[in-house]
Write a protein that binds this ligand. Structure first.
Ligand code: 13P
Ligand code: SF4
Length: 350
């Protein structure tokens, strides 16, 4: 049973809790001072009194509810640095979700990430603070599309980027993330694979392997906006700049990059650049988050925001913990098949 550890909505531990006082008092200031220290380079002092009461309330409620917050690298600095228990790229969050011992998981990220957490934690309550936090890649393909692709390419295995719905994951052979896509494709030991839904990640993988890649036409609405031309202008202005790109970017952008990798790979590379100037070609909250741990690196941030990631805010996380909404549920028959695709990927790494 998927909900074995989650009692019904009226039971004591799942009751809706009242809104706490959100006044910025001297006590709240003192309680959150060490957290403000982590974000003071990106959150002006005038803004902190608005965040601090939420930060204090969320951190108290997490203990009361036995909840953890998993935050993707694109979450805003006050979420990433002040209330998250675990931060990372999609692969890291999936692995850490699988190890969580908390009763409740709150996903600081988009819906497909919350679904992955639920697949790996069927007995836990998984909450997404805003149900509309979607993803242009996940919405570009359906389970029916995968079935049609299988008819058109009989016998060709299907690899799905984790940026897909559980319905799609249930139809494919294995999942991958931007951190392990080449490894996953090569693990199948075949000459051709269908790779969905990101056309640009597919091109990137094709450039790194001899396996023939048949791709879908999906794209990330954030990364497809970058152009090689814009990066060349940055490099002309400062030839010493290091350009780091996410593989969801178009090929002309990747061609200009000194390093291409997952969001976690980008962070590792950026923090290893002692004293340099780094251009992060990705969602722009990440530069704010990385800057906290790489104070000697100067970040240049062409600011493309992911509107879906930005739907997750401190007030919505607080509301989620108070009301235990919105619960992510996946029909068992679908979950069994989708989980297999995610676990096959995770087991490959171990
Ligand atoms: P990562 O797995 O690299 O964190 O990417 C997830 C994502 O949605 C990037 O847009
Ligand atoms: Fe999806 Fe792109 Fe947003 Fe990542 S940045 S969640 S791929 S729309």
């Amino acid at each position: 049973m998927m909900t074995a550890r989650v009692p019904g909505p009226d039971s004591g531990e799942n009751r809706v809790l009242p809104m706490p006082d959100l006044t910025y008092t001297p006590e709240v200031a003192a309680e959150t001072a060490h957290l403000y220290d982590r974000v003071k380079h990106v959150v002006p002092p005038v803004e902190w009194p608005f965040h601090a009461p939420y930060v204090a309330a969320i951190n108290r409620l997490k203990k009361e509810r036995d909840a953890v917050i998993l935050a993707h690298n694109y979450q805003t600095p006050e979420i990433y640095n002040c209330v998250a228990d675990v931060v990372g790229d999609s692969l890291q969050l999936a692995k850490l979700a699988a190890r969580s011992t908390a009763r409740i998981i709150v996903q600081g990220g988009v819906h497909f990430m919350a679904e992955t957490s639920k697949l790996l934690n069927p007995d836990k309550m998984v909450l997404i603070p805003d149900l509309k936090a979607g993803c242009s890649l996940a919405s570009s393909i359906t389970g029916a599309d995968i079935r049609r692709l299988r008819e058109a390419y009989p016998g060709v295995p299907v690899v799905a980027y984790v940026n897909t719905s559980a319905e799609v994951k249930a139809e494919v052979d294995i999942c991958c993330t931007s951190a392990n896509a080449v490894q996953v494709v090569e693990s199948l030991g075949v000459d051709r694979v269908l790779f969905v839904p990101d056309q640009y990640l597919a091109k990137y993988v094709a450039s790194k392997t001899k396996v023939q890649i048949i791709s879908w036409h999906g794209a990330c609405e954030v990364h497809e906006r970058f152009t090689g031309e814009e990066l060349r202008r940055y490099r002309e202005a400062d030839p010493s700049i290091r350009i780091i790109a996410h593989p969801e970017c178009p090929p002309d952008v990747i061609a200009e990059a000194d390093f291409t990798g997952s969001t976690a790979g980008m962070i590792d590379y950026a923090t290893s650049q002692k004293g340099g100037k780094v251009l992060l070609v990705t969602e722009c909250s990440m530069a704010d988050n990385v800057a906290a741990s790489a104070r000697d690196v100067e970040f240049v941030r062409p600011c493309n925001l992911c509107p879906h990631m930005k739907r997750i805010t401190l007030p919505k996380i607080l509301d989620s913990l108070l009301t235990l909404q919105h619960r992510v549920e996946i029909p068992e028959e679908l979950a069994v098949r989708a989980r297999r695709s995610v676990e096959r990927m995770i087991n490959l790494q171990n």
